[in-house]
Write a protein that binds this ligand. Structure first.
Ligand code: HEC
Length: 162
């Protein structure tokens, strides 16, 4: 009779296990290979719209009218009271300088970011980059969508001023 010793059984199981690991990881590789070469959309799990425009309540492109001076004034008041503690227009502070934000990001991104910083910080590659650079997560400022629109017009206005 052919009897395996404990050591042989152990080695056999080990080999079988290693074989399985190699086998499954090879299988994995081949199935993952194509998606690695795909566009970044797929690795971040975001849609193309979200990549360009952030994650939040704005889900399609906005039609922006001319800058509204009433909104600019309201936006400036909100900026001074809720944002200036961390953002200046022309210098890096706790967060990035904001005068040229409208040139760096789409209006939709700015609104989505202001209304939903936490989720963007967790999931959006651009927001993650900023977080790594500034080391401070921007806290949600509990803005309404109207506040966000006023801030947007304020940002559009200050960008024109320089
Ligand atoms: C406690 C500090 C703090 C406050 C208050 C704050 N922010 Fe921020 N903000 C940051 C930091 C830090 C970043 C960059 C890192 C990150 O995104 O967390 C940032 C990023 C941003 C961005 C994204 C910039 C980009 O280039 O993508 C926008 C837009 C923004 N803030 C707008 C505002 C507005 C508007 C307010 C006021 C309603 C405000 N923030 C209040 C700290 C703050």
């Amino acid at each position: 009779m052919f009897v395996f010793s404990f050591k042989e059984k152990f080695l056999f199981t080990l080999l079988l296990f290693l074989g399985l690991v190699v086998f499954t990881s090879c299988g994995d590789n081949t199935s993952k290979e194509p998606s690695k070469t795909d566009k970044t959309e797929n690795t971040s799990g975001l849609t193309a719209f979200e990549l360009e425009n952030g994650i939040g309540p704005v889900k399609k492109k906005l039609e922006l009218g001319p800058i509204d001076p009433v909104l600019v004034k309201k936006g400036q008041e909100i900026f001074d009271s809720k944002c200036a503690a961390c953002h200046k227009l022309d210098e890096r502070y706790v967060g990035p300088a904001q005068r040229d934000i409208i040139k760096r990001r789409t209006p939709e991104y700015i609104i989505n970011y202001m209304l939903n910083p936490d989720e963007n910080l967790q999931r959006h590659p651009e927001a993650k980059k900023l977080l790594a650079e500034y080391m401070t997560p921007m806290p949600n400022q509990n803005l309404t969508i109207d506040d966000a629109k006023a801030l947007l017009d304020y940002f559009r206005k200050v960008a024109e001023e320089k």
